[in-house]
Every structure is written in structure tokens, then in C-alpha cells.
Design a binder for this molecule. Structure first.
Ligand SMILES: [Mg+2]
Ligand SMILES: [Zn+2]
Length: 193
């Protein structure tokens, strides 16, 4: 099957897959999955979705942690996922701070463009899930369909409002996965009695 026919989902990391912290997630020990999130990724995989992560990691640019720590966090995530039969295809991250004025720090769409190029896919209509407005803005800029979760900063984001048109809100990643698999899938038409 050509890549373009595969189904993709693009996820934010902190506050969507793992618990977030205003002090940043700096070590593998601080990387703690949100209940049900890894199972949700495995469920998406089983339903034929390839999952890719797009994450701002300015803690690197701020000197709060090294690349080796980020790699170790992601090893922890890959292993925990593998135990559940799940996987993410790749983790795209922006290591810069706002002052760097890069093209990849969300709400800019650089990470999404990198994903499109790497997998040779059209991003239009690809679902993207975040807990912050900037996640949704970055996705919408390339045509992704925005989904907000209430985990992480999600409740605050919801209170502030101003979400992109068409944003759907879910309790958490597990609720999003169930919705995408069960409700968004085309249903057979009911037959007349
Ligand atoms: Mg987040
Ligand atoms: Zn960047």
C-alpha cells in the first residue's frame, strides 16, 4: 500500500501522552504516561493508524536537559508501548526557544511539514491531537483536523477559548482513539425493516 493510503495521526507529547509539568519533563523518571494513553496508541495501531509525535522541547534550548535525556525518555516510551503491542513511527521535536525564531516551534508548522515530507503524505484531513492551542494552530496551518484533549493544559486551553473552527474536544487520548475508531469510521447504512 503506498504511504499516501495509510492512515496517520499526529500527537503532541506532553499533556497528551504523558503528564505535563510547568517545570518541564527533564528525565525518564519524570516521563509518566497518562492513564490509558499508551493503550490508546496501541488501539490506534491495531485500527491501522500510524502514530507520529510532534513536540516542542524548548527545555533543550534552555539548557534544562540534554539530547541524551530526551532520547532516554523516548526509549522509555517506546519500551512501554512495545509491551502493549503499540508503536509510534517517529518523534519530531523542536529543541529551540521562542527567541530562536525557528520554523519548527509550534504554533509554527515546521514539524508537521517535516512529517509530511518524511512519510510522503498529504497532511490535509490527518487528525492531530494536542492540549495547547499552539498544537492545534500548527496542525490546522497544514490542513490537519484539530482535536483537543482535556488532559495536560487542555482544561485551561478550553477555558481560554479561541480554538480553531471544527476543533473536537475529548476527555483524553483514549477517548479520542475510541471516537476516531468507532464514531468517525464510515458505518454501513441501516437496512429498512
Ligand atoms: Mg502539550
Ligand atoms: Zn524549532
Amino acid at each position: 500500500m503506498p504511504q499516501s493510503q495509510l492512515k496517520f495521526v499526529i500527537l503532541d507529547r506532553d499533556g497528551v501522552i504523558n503528564r505535563d509539568s510547568d517545570q518541564f519533563i527533564k528525565t525518564p523518571d519524570e516521563w509518566i504516561p497518562i492513564e490509558g494513553s499508551l493503550e490508546a496508541i496501541a488501539m490506534l495501531n491495531q485500527a491501522g493508524y500510524r502514530v507520529v509525535v510532534a513536540s516542542n522541547q524548548s527545555g533543550i534550548g534552555r539548557g534544562l536537559f540534554e539530547m541524551s535525556a530526551l532520547n532516554a525518555m523516548h526509549e522509555k516510551m517506546y519500551k512501554a508501548l512495545a509491551n502493549l503491542g503499540g508503536r509510534v513511527e517517529a518523534i519530531f521535536f523542536c529543541p529551540h526557544t521562542a527567541a530562536d525564531n525557528c520554523d519548527c516551534r509550534k504554533p509554527k508548522s515546521g514539524l508537521y511539514e517535516q512529517i509530511g515530507e518524511r512519510f510522503g503524505i498529504e497532511l490535509r484531513t490527518v487528525p492531530t491531537v494536542g492540549d495547547s492551542l499552539r498544537d492545534l494552530q500548527a496542525g490546522v496551518a497544514v490542513g490537519c483536523i484539530p482535536h483537543l484533549v482535556r488532559t495536560g493544559k487542555g482544561m485551561k486551553t478550553l477555558e481560554k477559548g479561541g480554538l480553531p473552527d471544527g476543533t473536537r474536544v475529548h476527555d483524553d487520548l483514549a477517548a479520542f482513539a475510541r471516537w476516531l475508531i468507532d464514531d468517525a469510521a464510515p458505518k454501513p447504512q441501516p437496512t429498512a425493516p
